[in-house]
Design a protein around this ligand. Structure first.
Ligand SMILES: Cc1cc2nc3c(=O)[nH]c(=O)nc-3n(C[C@H](O)[C@H](O)[C@H](O)COP(=O)(O)OP(=O)(O)OC[C@H]3O[C@@H](n4cnc5c(N)ncnc54)[C@H](O)[C@@H]3O)c2cc1C
Length: 444
């Protein structure tokens, strides 16, 4: 076996006093504390690079107190956000305690990646050595100290070794220390949800833009109601418009929006059909449109009759491909929104189609059928792939392909009832991302 160059002789002279396995918060903090007491510390971390996975999202009062005692808090505070100690967590609403016996009665929201980085810097400044890409694989001890063996065969010698290598600790297993417990009896289920842009982001944009009249598009009726309530609760003069509302209620909203007395309207695509209002200065896509056609239709609501308009689209990084599809289709390059910044209006190349009057059911929505598509996230499929596959196979208007939901192995999509069988027949067998699509009608 090889002996590391900086390891001393195997007995007697030690390369360090303490070897710490694991450069998580525990290992890094221990290394700093040892250094403050003049003890030599070497941290061995198996990962060559710091992880980008964020686990802990916040620090509680006791951890904050320790950081304060060590003069570290001023590094953490500017990089985090302070939240009240009470609040809503894991579905439970908890009132903030009246008097906390601490100088820091708050939760500091800060990602663990930042915490780990700051703790590593602190440990290094105090003289601790941190060696990455070093996995502890074996150890033995004698009366004089510990010999640690790394995965590459290197052997290191120290007086002590401390396992700070997390929940699946190698050190614990090597020492034969048990981790007793009993099997969990909790049923674990998966709930699929959409991560949404917070309403605060929209409020910030609206505040900065000061629109004469803004039309905010969302994808579903539920989100329409949620966003409407959230904006209303912020004191905004806003109304919602979607297909679940009675015809009378929809007419009332339309009239006040058309008259200009209502400055802000949150609407779904179906409900917004036929909105032909010259005063709309802003169209905001709070949800990325389901297809480039829908985008063109939406932004066509502003900048009418020779007036200028602004169209702003919120998106998450995972939707970058949808944005690219919109850019390609509409022949525009979308610039990032910056307060007070203006870009030259770009003519939209795709013709704004006249939409045939939709077949409207009793509740105001076009009657649609749900189709199940084989292949989902596991096959790398995204909503835009499915919409594109259907529209290319059937020449159906992208706007008619709605409510695409991608699950792990399946996807659901809604198409007009009258077209459903043709969609299943023509799109089945299409290759998308190396995956052959198979479609079938979902039973009602
Ligand atoms: C999903 C999730 C959410 C969490 N949220 C919170 C939160 O909001 N607030 C909070 O306070 N805590 C939270 N925690 C807990 C927090 O992340 C842990 O308490 C903390 O990371 C434990 O620190 P540690 O240093 O003991 O271990 P770890 O952070 O697990 O670090 C162990 C390190 O040892 C390394 N290692 C493993 N094996 C070896 C080996 N053989 N040789 C060398 N290196 C090795 C690993 O690569 C790792 O870097 C969360 C945990 C999870 C999983």
């Amino acid at each position: 076996m090889r002996v590391s160059r900086d390891a001393g002789p195997l007995n007697g002279d030690y390369m360090t006093d303490v070897i710490i396995a694991g450069a998580g918060p525990a290992g890094l903090m221990l290394a700093s504390e040892l250094r403050l007491h003049g003890v030599r510390a070497l941290v061995l971390e198996k990962d060559a690079e710091p992880t980008r996975i964020v686990r802990s999202l916040g620090l509680h009062a006791r951890s904050i107190e320790v950081l304060d005692q060590r003069g570290l808090l001023e590094r953490f505070l500017p990089l985090g956000q302070q939240y009240p100690a009470g609040g809503f967590f894991a579905g439970i609403s908890k009132r903030a305690p009246d008097r906390l016996d601490t100088a820091h009665p708050y939760v500091l929201g800060i990602p663990q990646t930042t915490t780990d980085r700051l703790l590593a810097e602190h440990a290094a400044e105090l003289g601790a050595r941190i060696r990455r890409g070093c996995e502890l694989a074996g150890l033995s001890q004698d009366d004089h100290g510990v010999t640690a063996e790394l995965a590459d065969g290197t052997r290191l010698r120290s007086r002590y070794l401390v396992g700070c290598d997390g929940g699946r600790s190698t050190v614990r297993k090597l020492l034969g220390v048990g981790f007793p417990g009993e099997p969990t009896r909790v049923e674990t289920l998966l709930g699929e949800m959409e991560v949404a842009v917070p309403p605060e982001a929209l409020a910030t944009v609206l505040e900065a833009e000061r629109p004469e009249q803004a039309l905010v598009f969302v994808r579903t009726k539920i989100r329409c109601d949620q966003l409407y309530r959230s904006l209303r609760d912020r004191g905004m003069n806003v109304k919602a418009l979607h297909g679940d509302m009675s015809q009378g209620a929809r007419d009332g909203v339309m009239i006040s929006f058309k008259s200009g007395s209502l400055p802000l309207l949150v609407a779904t695509d179906v409900a917004s059909r036929g909105l032909d209002i010259s005063g709309i200065s802003h169209v905001i896509n709070y949800d990325v449109p389901m297809s480039p056609d829908v985008y063109v239709h939406r932004i066509g609501r502003t900048g009418r009759v020779g007036r200028s308009g602004r169209a702003i689209t919120f998106y998450e990084s995972r939707q970058a491909r949808d944005i690219q599809a919109i850019e390609n289709h509409a022949g525009v390059k979308l610039s990032p929104w910056v307060k007070d910044a203006h870009v030259a209006p770009t003519p939209v190349k795709a013709p704004l189609r006249r939409h045939s009057k939709p077949h409207v059911s009793a509740n105001g929505d076009a009657k649609s059928s749900k189709v199940i598509v084989s292949g989902g996230r596991a096959a790398g499929l995204e909503p835009s792939d499915i919409i594109r596959a259907i529209t290319s196979a059937t020449a159906l208007d992208g706007e008619k392909v709605r409510n695409v939901r991608i699950l792990e192995r399946f996807a659901f999509v809604e198409v007009p009832e009258s077209e459903a069988e043709r969609v299943v027949e023509k799109t089945g067998g299409t290759e998308v991302r190396g995956h052959t699509l198979r479609l079938e009608l979902a039973r009602a």
